[in-house]
Write a protein that binds this ligand. Structure first.
Ligand code: SF4
Length: 312
């Protein structure tokens, strides 16, 4: 069988080991060198181009069905839980705790729950919306496991690496949010990010009020492709008397975007986190679809105000 292997950045160091194993079983094996950010980003074009019979995607569970033979090999990481005791002082006024984590630590959820229960807490674990598959699992684009229990809990704990995953959950909830990072051994409250991200969003909206030409970013990645939304946004921009073009790429390169000087602002329809995490990587405002709608609403209000004033 001809197989293409695909690894996220943190696992690329294990590529040859897996390739050799599969070759020893009589397969012809290739390794994708492209960056990948999730199972939303399968190397399907590469697999088809090299006429592979199967794509083996490491590190993430299935995101959604695709018309290709894909085997998903999630990667479990068992991290030490001793950092959890450092979260207790931050949780002492809260009894009902919602816990969330990433797919790499989902097998540790039972241990996390037992830890907090033995500390006298009641633990709730929510359901994801659909892109994530496990209870308690969050993705940057599926924070259902947190938001569905926001009303019931007094506080949240995220256990896992980095702030990419918890940031979406922090923004979609209203309760104190504690992050326990077992690798850097950092424990912190992330609630202050809410105001920071909202302020950043407001700044982008206000910075786009004079924009006349919008570039709508449409990704060709299997799980980020949303041409319907891109077309809908283009129609809304044009209805408002402005100009829009749909720009297409697999991965957007920020230097190339900066070269598209005709556009005054960019609107993201790909991974929802691009507009939150990367706005400073280009010179022009990089808006989410919701932020664009706010820009159009404010522009319409300003126009109506102007017409009203001139009629007085
Ligand atoms: S947050 Fe973005 S990169 Fe992560 S799974 Fe969702 S679409 Fe993919």
């Amino acid at each position: 069988m001809r197989i293409l292997l695909q690894f996220p950045e943190g696992l690329k160091q294990k590529a040859l080991e897996h390739a050799s194993m599969l070759e020893a079983q009589g397969n012809e094996v290739f390794i994708s060198a492209s960056p990948t950010f999730g199972a939303c980003d399968l190397a399907l074009d590469e697999a088809k181009n090299i006429k592979a019979d199967k794509l083996v995607h490491f590190g993430h569970g299935e995101f959604h069905k695709v018309d290709f033979n894909v085997e998903y090999i999630p990667y479990e990481m068992t991290a030490k839980l001793d950092i959890l005791k450092d979260t207790l002082p931050l949780l002492e006024n809260y009894r009902k705790i919602g816990i969330v984590t990433t797919i790499q630590h989902i097998h540790q959820l039972g241990d996390l729950k037992r830890f907090y229960e033995s500390a006298g807490k009641e633990v709730l674990i929510g359901k994801p919306y659909g892109f994530a598959k496990e209870r308690g699992q969050i993705l940057g684009c599926d924070i259902g496991s947190a938001s569905t229990i926001d009303r019931e809990v007094d506080a949240f704990v995220y256990f896992g690496g980095g702030i990419f995953h918890p940031l979406g959950a922090v923004m979609a909830t209203t309760k104190p949010f504690v992050v326990a990072e077992p690798f850097t051994r950092k424990v912190e409250r992330m609630d202050s990010y809410r105001d920071r991200v909202r302020g950043q969003s407001r700044g982008k909206v206000l910075g786009s009020l004079n924009a006349k030409r919008f570039a709508i970013m449409a990704s060709t990645k299997n799980g980020q492709h949303n041409m319907e939304l891109a077309k809908l946004l283009k129609a809304k921009i044009e209805k408002a008397g402005l100009e829009a073009g749909i720009i297409v790429a697999n991965s957007f390169d920020f230097e190339s975007l900066d070269n598209m000087l005709e556009f005054d602002a960019f609107v993201n329809t790909a991974c929802p986190r691009i507009a939150v995490d990367d706005p400073k990587r280009i010179r022009k405002p990089l808006l989410s679809a919701n932020e664009l709608m706010e820009v159009l609403r404010l522009k319409a209000e300003t126009r109506a105000g102007g017409l009203h004033d001139s009629g007085r």
